[in-house]
Design a protein around this ligand. Structure first.
Ligand code: MN
Length: 242
C-alpha cells in the first residue's frame, strides 16, 4: 500500500514564513505521491473566516487544490487556531473536513486521529473557552462581524492566550493521561495520532486486553514533523525548516 501522511501545528502565518515555504516544499518533494495527507489542525496560526482576503489564505488555497488535482487527497481536522475554517475554503482548496476525533482504517488497523486539545482537560480555563467558541451561536456571531473587527478580536485572543500560557505548568498544557486512558480503553485503536501539545513522541501503551501507540506530532518550528504510515508501520520523522 502507498504510504499516507499526518501533519499538524504548522501555524502558518505569512506567505514568506519559513514554515510556509517548508510546507510547500514538503508537498512537492518530501512525500511519495499520490497519497492521502491528513492535516490534524492548526495548519494556520489563525483563521478568522473563509472570506479572509489575506495573501496567505489565497496562496495556500491554490497550493492545496493544485496538490489534490495531481491525484492526492487532503483531509483536515480543525485545530484550536483554525476551527473557523469552513465549507467554502474546504471546497475551494478541495480538502475534506473530518470530525474530531475521527476513526479510520489503514491495512485493517483501527486508527483514531484528532487535533488533541479535547484531552487537555487539566486546563479547565481552556476547556471552558473551547466549549464557548465551538458553539454555533458564538461562531455565527463572530462571523457576522466585519473582517477588520474579527482580526482585532483574534489578535487580542492570541495575546491573552500567550500571557495565560506562561502561567500554566507543563502538566496543565499537556493531555490529561487519565482521560487519554479512558478514551483509549473505550475505543481500542491500534494507533492514536494527535498534535496540539507540541510534544512529538511515540508512547507505547499496554492495557489488559490490547496494546496501542499514541503518536504525538510536532509543531513546525525549527523542524517540520510528519508521521508516515505504510506496510512497515508508523514512522515519525522530522526535517529542518529552512
Ligand atoms: Mn493546537
Amino acid at each position: 500500500m502507498n504510504p499516507i501522511y499526518f501533519i499538524s501545528d504548522l501555524h502558518l502565518s505569512s506567505v514568506e514564513s519559513p514554515a510556509t515555504r517548508s510546507f510547500f516544499d514538503f508537498l512537492d518533494n518530501k512525500i511519495s505521491t499520490p497519497t492521502d495527507l491528513y492535516i490534524l489542525g492548526d495548519l494556520f496560526e489563525v483563521w478568522i473566516g473563509d472570506d479572509d482576503d489575506s495573501e496567505l489564505a489565497s496562496v495556500v488555497q491554490s497550493k492545496l487544490s493544485n496538490f489534490t488535482s495531481n491525484g492526492n487527497r487532503l483531509f483536515f481536522i480543525a485545530g484550536n487556531r483554525d476551527f473557523l475554517l469552513g465549507k467554502s475554503f474546504a471546497s475551494s482548496a478541495n480538502i475534506e473536513i473530518l470530525e474530531d476525533p475521527f476513526t479510520m482504517n489503514f491495512n485493517e488497523m483501527k486508527i483514531i486521529i484528532s487535533h488533541g486539545d479535547f484531552l487537555c482537560t487539566h486546563d479547565s480555563e481552556y476547556m471552558n473557552f473551547r466549549e464557548q467558541v465551538r458553539s454555533q451561536a458564538w461562531k455565527d456571531d463572530f462571523l457576522s462581524k466585519p473582517l477588520s473587527e474579527r482580526k482585532e478580536i483574534a489578535d487580542g485572543m492570541r495575546d491573552a492566550s500567550k500571557v495565560a500560557g506562561k502561567n500554566k505548568s507543563s502538566e496543565v498544557t499537556d493531555v490529561n493521561l487519565d482521560d487519554v486512558d479512558l478514551f483509549l480503553r473505550k475505543e481500542k485503536p491500534r494507533l492514536f495520532v494527535h498534535g496540539h501539545t507540541h510534544r512529538p513522541d511515540l508512547h507505547d501503551l499496554e492495557y489488559d486486553d490490547f496494546s496501542t501507540q499514541r503518536i504525538v506530532l510536532g509543531d513546525w518550528d525549527a523542524f517540520g514533523w510528519c508521521l508516515k504510515l505504510d506496510d512497515n508501520g508508523p514512522d515519525l520523522f522530522k526535517f529542518k525548516i529552512k
